[in-house]
Structure formats: C-alpha cells, structure tokens
Design a protein around this ligand. Structure first.
Ligand code: SAH
Length: 444
C-alpha cells in the first residue's frame, strides 16, 4: 500500500474517536466520516506500520442509518463525530465501544446496559472557544488550526452570543487573538459556563492587559445574555491547557450557582463541573441507584470536584468524605455541603492516591467508594488502597471506557467483581461516552 492509493473498502467497525475502520491489503484503514457497514472509496493519505488513514472520497453503498449533517461545520470541526448518522446508530456505536473495551482490554464479563441517550443539540452548559490570529470558534479535526465560526450546534445559544460579541469587539477595536507561534496577542479563549438561567463569562488572556477593556465589558453586557459576571483568567504559559491560575473579576461576581434536581451548587470557573446538565441528573441518579441504601454508612467521594456526585447520591450517608486536587473546587464542595444541608461531610484538598491513608485514620473505613477520575483513570496506588480498606461497594464513574476497563480489570485482581455497567450519553454527537460501573467485593 502506498500513499495516494485509491481503495474500495467495507467499513466493519468504528473506532473510539468516531472513524470507520475497514481493511485494505491486510492493513486496518481508519476513515473519518464513514459509517458501519458502508462500502466506501478512499484515498490513502497516511501509511503507518500497523494502520493507514483514508480520506473519504465517495460513499458507494451508504448505511441505512446515514443522515444529512445538521451542522455546517461538521466536516471541518474536531468536536462531533456522528452528526451524519441517526442518533440510535450513534448510541449503538458507543455501546459497542464500551463492550469492546470491557471485553478486550478489561477481559471481564459484565452486564452492559443500553446507553441512556440525551438531546443532541444545544445541550452543553460550558463552552471553550479558542481564539487565534485567523479567527475564533473551534479547532479543526486532529489539529490546532482554528476555524472561524459563528455557531456551534451542541452549545447553548447564550454562549454563542457571547462568542460573537467578543469577535465583534476584537474586529472593531483591532484587538488581536493569541498567536501560538510567536506567543503574543491578547485573547486566547472565550470560556462560558451557564446555569441557573445566567452565564458566567471568562475571557482568557495572555497577560493582564486587555486593550479597551471597558468596551469589551459593554459589548458583552449589550448581548442581553443574563450574566453572573465577567471574569478574566490570565494564562501566560505556552500550553494547550485553557486556564491559568489567576482570576480577576471585571463585572459582577466570579462564581455561579446551578441546580441538579433538589440540590444547589456553587461553582468557580476553575472547578470541574459536568457539561450536560440534563444528563448529569441521569448520571447521578444512576450513581445513587448503584450505591443503594447508605443510611448510617460512610461513603467516600474520590475526585469529588465541587462535591456534586456525593452530595446528590449519598446525602443520607452517616459520613461523606470527599477528596479533590483543585483547592477552589474543595472550597465550593464545603460551601455546597452547607447549602444542601449535608451534615457530617468532610472535604480534603490533595491527590486521592496520597490522601486515602489519612482518611482511614481520621474517619474509619468506608462502606462504599465513589470513583470519578479524569480520562486517564485511577492511579494504581489509589486502587491498591481502596482495595485494602475493602468497601462493600465501589461505584466507578468514567468518561473513558478504555481506562475504565483497565482499572476494572485491576480491581478484579484485588477481589472486586464488576456486576453492571450503565453507559450514559453525556456528549451526544461526539465520540465520547460516560459509564457508571457497580462493583462489589467478592467474599472468599
Ligand atoms: N465528581 C465530580 C468531578 C469529576 S471530574 C463531578 O461529578 O463533578 C474529575 C475530578 O478529579 C476533577 O475535579 C479533577 O480536578 C480531579 N482530580 C484530578 N486528579 C486528581 C487526583 N489525583 N486526586 C484527586 N482529584 C483529582
């Protein structure tokens, strides 16, 4: 096989980033935008030892589930993967991805329930629009090239209004976006978080300086979007990480509130908060169900963020103990416990893997442990410690099925059987999928 070869292939699988995959001359070929069971004509654009990448030239036999994309940027943008397929089809790909990871990587058998789907458009409460020299809006697929956009179909409309206002301001006042190459310019990112009917706007800048700052504030206020406040975040590093550490309030307040079910949460822009509020309730209801009766019991909420999962699902616990690495999030978690009238809760700042010994000394052993780590999954040391304190139950919430599978397999060696996995679609249209796994301790 050589670069620029034209090949006809049958798509017989989907990757976890949403490409179709087929075979040509005994090599796996990944084809973005191709769907399962389609016959396609591709141009080979990259050949590696164990795989190749094909550019879709023509769908020879389309899938019955193929549909017209509902987003004008779909074929440029790196955000969504499945806007050209029916939602049911998307959910079946996601379910198959979870099953493949659990069986192939985890080598475990567990009951994988059908994915709980959500709404496919305008579901996000958080936007992070990159701003560069050529415009602002979104990153091209697998790249750091910024494409200038006026809209994003998965975002709430208020965030898009804010993006447009900031772009207008930049054009009118000739304020430059961030230049990655020369590490210069002013505005790096327009970050918004909406909840409780209002939006908190965060303008991420390279330095403290925003020329014509007052005009920017006016422009944002004039959108008519109800605001919690406007804050500036300064990120002076050469990095892909969006936020720096420093926050300055430009207007209103630098925090917001949102509700999930009967619970209210205070949120700092620096804290993690789930991005799909409707599906968050579905996710947390699943966690609550999987925890079962925790009255008079101790529950640990590790990687707790602002305390949401634990407070929502284990408000009746005798002791609720949370651990989180971001100090602002822990501050929020403590205030949220008060707001939600949850007594007997304690929150600690630090790495979960380093703090568990201290938790045992101070608060005794847990009956159940909630794990909700970032995409890379849990540290082995943490899993060792959790297994050592031997809770009856572990409820593992994961936004990446492959690391979940790896960790479930490790926990199996340590005596924990995965009973059931509930995938929840927190990110419709994109290739991502959230899972909740319930594990119990096998008594030998
Ligand atoms: N359970 C929360 C947050 C989940 S996201 C919720 O549902 O909203 C994962 C969280 O883990 C983030 O808040 C992140 O800051 C935190 N985190 C990352 N590494 C960590 C570590 N080593 N120890 C503790 N927390 C960590």
């Amino acid at each position: 096989m050589q670069k620029n070869d034209i090949a006809e292939i049958i798509i017989n699988g989907m990757t976890d980033d949403g490409s179709g995959v087929g075979r040509y001359e005994n090599l796996a070929v990944f084809v973005p935008y191709a769907l399962l069971n389609e016959k396609v004509r591709v141009q080979i654009i990259k050949v590696k030892k164990s795989y190749a990448i094909g550019k879709l030239l023509e769908v020879i036999t389309p899938s019955e589930k193929r549909s017209k994309s509902d987003c004008e940027y779909f074929y440029q943008c790196g955000g969504c993967a499945y806007r050209n397929a029916d939602y049911e089809e998307e959910l079946s790909y996601k379910w198959a991805d979870v099953r493949d990871c659990i069986e192939r990587i985890g080598k475990i058998e567990a009951d994988i329930l059908p994915v709980l789907g959500g709404e496919r458009c305008h579901y996000r409460n958080k936007a992070q629009f990159p701003v560069g020299v050529s415009g602002a809006g979104l990153y091209a697929r697998h790249s750091h090239r910024i494409i200038d956009t006026q809209n994003c179909i998965i975002q709430n409309e208020d965030s898009v209004k804010i993006l447009r206002a900031v772009k207008e301001f930049m054009q009118e006042e000739k304020v430059e976006g961030y230049n990655e190459e020369t590490h210069s310019g002013y505005i790096r990112n327009v970050y918004t978080r909406s909840g409780g009917g209002k939006t908190l706007v965060c303008i991420v800048t390279l330095t403290e300086d925003i020329p014509k700052k007052e005009k920017l504030i006016e422009k944002i206020k004039n959108t008519g979007v109800p605001l919690w406040g406007i804050v500036q975040n300064i990120n002076s590093k050469r990095t892909n990480v969006v936020l720096g550490g420093q926050l300055k309030t430009l207007y209103g307040q630098d925090f917001m509130y949102d509700s999930i079910g009967d619970f209210k949460f205070k949120i700092s822009p620096l804290s993690f908060y789930q991005v799909n509020p409707k599906q968050t309730k579905v996710l947390y209801d699943t966690v609550k169900k999987f925890l079962g009766d925790i009255k008079d019991k101790t529950v640990w909420d590790l990687y707790c963020g602002i305390g949401t999962i634990g407070q929502y699902s284990a408000s009746e616990a005798k002791n609720l103990v949370g651990v989180e690495i971001i100090p602002e999030a822990v501050e929020n978690a403590k205030e949220n416990a008060k707001l939600n009238k949850i007594k007997n809760s304690k929150y600690y700042v630090g790495a979960a893997e380093k703090l568990t010994d201290k938790l045992i000394k101070e608060g005794g052993k847990p009956y159940a442990v909630i794990l909700d780590p970032p995409r890379k999954g849990c540290d082995k040391i943490l899993l060792d410690t959790v297994a050592k304190v031997a809770p009856e139950k572990i409820v593992y919430v994961s936004c990446k099925a492959s690391t979940l599978a790896r960790d479930l397999s490790y926990l199996k060696e340590k005596g924990y059987e995965t009973e059931v996995i509930q995938p929840v679609d927190m990110f419709p249209g994109t290739p991502h999928i959230e899972c909740v796994a319930r594990l119990y301790r096998k008594v030998n």
